[in-house]
Design a protein. Sequence first.
Length: 560
Amino acid sequence: MPPSALGHGLLLLSAVPVLAQAPPSLETAAYGLTEAAYRAQKAGDLPGALRSVAEALALNPGHPQLLALKFDLLYAAGALPEADAVLADLLAREPSITRHRLSRVYLRQRQGRTAEALQEATRLANEAGPAAVRRSARLAMADLLQALGRPAEGLAELAPLEAEAVLEVQSRRAFLLLAAERPGPACLAFQAALDLGPDPDQRRNLLHGLCDAARGAHQPDLELKALEALHAQEPGDHRATLQLAYAYLARHRDAEALDQFSAGLDPRSPPGAWLDAGYAAKRLGRNAEAARLFSGGLDSRNASGPHDPGLDFGLRREVESLRRTWGLVSGSAYRQGWLTPGLVPQQKILQQGLEAYWQPEGLARNGRMVQVYAQTFESVYSVGEGTTGGPTLQGVLGVRAKPFESENLVLGAQKLLKLGRYSLSDWMFRAAYSRVEGLDLCPQQRDWAYWSIYTEGDAFARSGRYVHQLEVRGGHAWGLPGGGGLNVLAPYLVLAGDYDSRQAPQAAGGIGLGASLRHWFRETPHQAPASWIELTVQARARLSTATRGGGLFLTLTCWF
């Protein structure tokens, strides 16, 4: 039962028209002042009502009616010590009036003297006296027993009144049943109380109670119905709005949940609410909104005190990924890493390439994405008599897609454009898969495990050529001192190989040592570094007769 419920009986008693009970000795002037006090009380002007009562008491000192009114006003104003003194005076003058004793029950409860209040209420409920006072005392006992953590006893005290279809009984039963961990019957009692026409405040409290009871009784539909009713009654209630958002989330109704999160979130909302809203937006493919919500979650985490830097970095990486809609990649590769592998037969060659890609926001959804890209590359150095420069310029227009949320499988098709005399005109279809750990920064650690697996197959439509390559790395990464923690060195063991249906021998492989030095840049307080430049060096020993499987391999890549 909400704390305010214990004052209901007192408020009902104070509403009894005392003027009708006024003794003849009340002077005419005091009577007028008393009327003014009641008018001010009704208008909510407690200070004005107290001034009028004080003037009336100056004319009629110790008058019981005026003392009772003064007590009610002081109680309502929260002036409990003054109310206690007035009530003591009133009881001394009229010790047999049970109404005053019942007022003392409510006063003791509000003062936190719950045990004393319960003793007085028990005496009143079991004494011969007015039925209305005994009934009010029994209701007060139920409230007090609940406050003392004894809801079962409170239900026993309410048992004689259980059949009454009145709000003050059924609402108490509902909260007592909930406190007694009987959520099923509590749901029925809350619904019965709601059918009895509570005022808006009472209805709000009952709906909150029904939500808790329905949750405990595993009745999600009833809980959702109660939450929707709460939201309809008070759409500005952030607590109810967020509860409704979570109810929709539990039912995988992300769009409705996101609407409620958007209405209920504010700077005081907990970080978890911001993040849950962000993940809902991400699942819906509303990337810009998801990035904004994750940024709000970061701000909330920063404001709430110490927090996990690893989780913060992960959120900043989410923001960066969600905001990315385009990119540029520049690469130089010696002997390996050709942007279109297998096209150039020379074994010792340096290529330079550039790619620009666009990632439509509407097609990037919760880990899935589609990219359209254009590439150009050419050979800039060749050992021996290999052709370099303009005659080797190759153009590419393509599209690639990542169809799964968690698996990094990329499927693509590209048109090879003949820009140089020795370049190709063909269609190529590609499938690539990778798994990686430790490739990104780990700002909460000085060093961490590093490994990756990458495999790719490429089929050419016109020539019938098929190329496949595989590379496995395993090592350790270290964040280098200085540079704001944005420099990472990763030495590793490498096992690599390729298959090319147009070369002899067709298969090649090598094993060796490698190291990558990467520098990250373009970060903000809400966004992890968006770009990097990396130098990779590998020295491999051949595992087959194919000379291309061994030797020195160099790549320099800038991802912007």
